[in-house]
Design a protein around this ligand. Structure first.
Ligand code: ADP
Ligand code: MG
Length: 400
């Protein structure tokens, strides 16, 4: 049994839900009566009213739990609408809610008011003229005190109905509405919308990555190679007259070529770190941890191998997170936990005990991580209240 204040709060909450439902039920009743009478002649407007009311109910449902999204496309012609599963579910809800919602909503008003009225009956019944005092609904007339206990009993029954019935009715009403107005099974519109969005993010991330590679090749390796060719040309010209200068120029050209090579290696590493291929995800993450200036513990439980792009994403996420910890957090410890879950998703969590306050908009690193993760159809969450701790969590479908 829940304690009394808890039961009272639960009852009040349920009554509030049912009263909200009463409002949409009365509207539903009006739309229902309209639809089955004149609605056939104005089918477009009627369908608009049904959709509008269903959307209003979705907003109400969202207030009492998870958001309920409307279907992204809906037909406004009667014939197509009657074939559309989402619209049919809306019509089903309309009929049910118009009837059940109205009755339950009416009871949600009547029961608590009657409970209060009958329970307080002994306090005021005697002040009424004889023949006027009766319990709620005017069921019978009370003439003297011997009739009062029965009224109080009736009040208790109303109270029991309110406390016991309201939460059950409210839960049921929300559940039915959620089932009928939520995502229709087989309606893949939401999933498609999500995939379209992440696909666009993937293309953006891809373009940004290409630009970054192009820039680092152009500004780095290409410049060094140009310098090396210029110096080799000069060396060739000085070969006959000034061997000493040739020697010097060739030395410089060699330095430039070595620098170009180093930069090429860095670019290659930033595309798909070779360490992943050599040592696997676990080894690569241990390598990152070893290089972290803040003491870092690593726990990896990823049996088998994931798609190379997924491993690279996890690697870059952890690399950026550890760089951020070192640069911004002032943390004393950082922990990296990476595991492959039963739903074949790799989950990586980086937690530090620093000052917190990390925010995506303040730099480019976290935004880059998010883009990478979303491009892999993954999720990311950053929890970093001022004062810390900071937790970065990403989940990426394994894809293998
Ligand atoms: N682990 C962390 N602890 C505290 N602050 C952080 C942490 N990570 C990031 N931040 C803050 O969030 C901002 C955004 O991070 P990021 O996008 O990586 O940009 P930056 O290029 O500055 O590293 C940083 O400038 C920093 O102020
Ligand atoms: Mg950063």
């Amino acid at each position: 049994m829940p304690s009394a204040p808890l039961a009272l709060r639960r009852t009040l909450r349920s009554l509030e839900q049912l009263l909200g439902g009463f409002g949409t039920a009365l509207l539903a009743l009006a739309v229902l009566v309209w639809s089955v009478t004149l609605g056939w002649f104005t089918s477009r407007a009627t369908l608009g009213a049904v959709h509008g009311l269903a959307d209003r109910e979705r907003v109400r449902l969202g207030r009492w739990g998870e958001e309920v999204l409307p279907p992204s496309a809906r037909p406004d012609r009667l014939r197509e609408a009657l074939r559309d599963p989402a619209t049919r579910a809306e019509l089903h809800w309309l009929a049910r809610h118009a009837l059940a919602g109205t009755v339950v909503g009416f009871l949600a008003v009547l029961a608590p008011l009657s409970a209060v009225r009958d329970l307080t009956f002994p306090l005021w019944w005697w002040s009424l003229p004889d023949g006027w005092a009766s319990p709620s609904l005017g069921l019978w007339v009370v003439h003297d005190w011997s009739g009062v206990p029965a009224v109080v009993l009736l009040g208790l029954a109303w109270a029991a109905l309110t406390v016991g019935g309201a939460p059950v009715a409210a839960r049921r009403q929300l559940r039915v509405a959620r089932t009928l107005l939520g995502e229709v099974p087989g309606d893949l519109t939401l999933r498609v919308a999500e995939l379209t969005r992440t696909r666009a993010a993937a293309l953006d991330a891809h373009a940004a990555e290409l630009r970054r590679i192009e820039r680092s090749l152009h500004d780095g390796a290409q410049n060094r190679v140009v310098a090396a060719t210029v110096m080799i040309g000069a060396a060739r010209r000085s070969l006959a007259g000034n061997p000493q200068q040739t020697e010097h120029l060739l030395g410089q050209a060699q330095d430039a070529a070595e620098l170009a090579l180093a930069e090429l290696r860095a670019v290659v590493r930033s595309i798909l770190p070779p360490v992943l291929a050599d040592r696997g995800l676990e080894g690569a993450l241990h390598g990152l941890a070893a290089a972290s200036p803040v003491p870092c513990s690593v726990e990896v439980d990823v049996p088998g191998r994931c798609a190379a792009a997924v491993e690279a994403t996890v690697y870059f996420v952890v690399a950026e997170a550890l760089t951020n910890v070192a640069r911004h957090s002032g943390a004393r410890r950082v922990a990296v936990v990476v595991r492959r879950r039963a739903d074949d998703t790799v989950e990586a969590v980086v937690t530090d005990d620093g000052t917190g306050g990390a925010h995506e908009g303040d730099g480019s690193g976290l935004a880059g991580i998010r883009q990478r993760v979303e491009a892999m159809d993954g999720q990311w969450t950053l929890v970093s209240p001022a004062g810390g701790p900071t937790e970065l969590r990403v989940e990426v479908p394994c894809g293998s």
